[in-house]
Ligand binder design. Structure first.
Ligand code: ADP
Ligand code: MG
Length: 285
């Protein structure tokens, strides 16, 4: 550019005011932006083509598909701008931050609150699965609250569709900064994966939000992977004795090792725990 100041392409600057950094992922920087035409705020995800070298076409195709999905619990695509060096993805803004940070602050959630969270995730995943989209990387870092101020904020799934392109098996193994604890065993063992792998991840999320720690653990990544591949977990009495059998039953059905026998998103949402948890009094939990 003429002044050497602008780091954004004209296509983008023409229509958007670009402001503060919202977050940094393993593949992208995410900034807040405002559409000048409507004054609506969005998130701008900047992906360098270097990191997706050879897969640019795949990314664009995938994003064209994602432009057509639209659901209250999915961070949906607004616009896509591509240059020689970068891909700019403009999506719904989720200003409430990650479930991961909330969980870190709160330690854990009551059954009532956890049910409200997981219900929203399941609704988003049902929509994805009905459109034959598998997320594959569901974890508290990829669940964003729409708004920080509301007492009962809406939860939205992000990064769907991208995981397929950005996160191949080797990447999962090598991404030291990522949390691979939510990955299904069939994804790790490369046996082929499909919709059930998302349910496994939601099972890990549900377990984690209820007790404050993950069901699978290892002192290093290899040990963690072995733990997941064994598929064994416990409801340690010290942390789980006050948690309902309904919750544990749903977790067991989501963390069923054989993906063919695992509960589906549709059936999970019909599980009696949701009705049970909704009736719980906050004080008695
Ligand atoms: P990566 O795919 O590289 O991991 P993410 O899409 O997860 O990148 O984005 C990185 C971080 O940026 C997220 O963890 C979150 O903190 C923030 N972020 C991402 N998307 C949004 C959004 N739509 N609204 C607000 N913050 C976001
Ligand atoms: Mg991410």
């Amino acid at each position: 550019t003429k002044g050497g100041e602008s780091t954004y392409p004209w296509d983008l600057e023409k229509n958007y005011t670009i402001s503060s950094v919202l977050g940094q992922g393993s593949f992208a920087v995410v900034r807040k932006c405002t559409d000048k035409r409507t004054n609506v705020d969005y998130a701008l995800k900047i992906i360098s083509k270097d990191v997706i070298k050879g897969k640019e076409q795949m990314l664009t195709t995938e994003l064209d598909v994602l432009k057509q999905v639209n659901h209250p619990h999915l961070v949906t695509l607004h616009e896509l701008v591509e240059t020689k060096d970068n891909v700019y993805i403009i999506t719904d803004l989720a200003s409430g931050g990650e479930l991961y940070s909330q969980l870190e602050q709160r330690g854990n959630y009551t059954e009532k609150d956890a049910a409200h969270l997981v219900e929203q995730v399941l609704k988003g995943v049902i929509y994805l699965h009905d459109h034959d989209i598998v997320h594959r990387d569901l974890k508290p870092e990829n669940l964003l609250f729409s708004d920080a101020t509301s007492p009962n904020p809406k939860l939205m799934i992000t990064d769907f569709g991208l995981s397929k392109i950005l996160k191949h098996h080797d990447d999962i193994l090598m991404t030291a900064c990522g949390t691979p604890g939510y990955v299904a065993p069939e994804v790790l063992s490369q046996k082929g994966y499909s919709k059930p792998c998302d349910i496994w991840s939601i099972g890990v999320i549900l377990y984690t939000v209820l007790c404050g720690y993950t069901p699978f653990w290892g002192h290093d990544q290899a040990a963690l992977f072995n733990c997941i591949l064994k598929g064994q977990y416990e409801f340690d009495e010290d942390y789980w004795n006050h948690i309902s059998n309904e919750a544990k039953d749903l977790i067991n059905k989501m963390l069923t090792y054989n993906p063919d026998e695992r509960i589906t998103a549709h059936d999970a949402l019909k599980h009696p725990w949701f009705e049970y948890a909704a009736k719980l009094n906050i004080d008695s939990n």
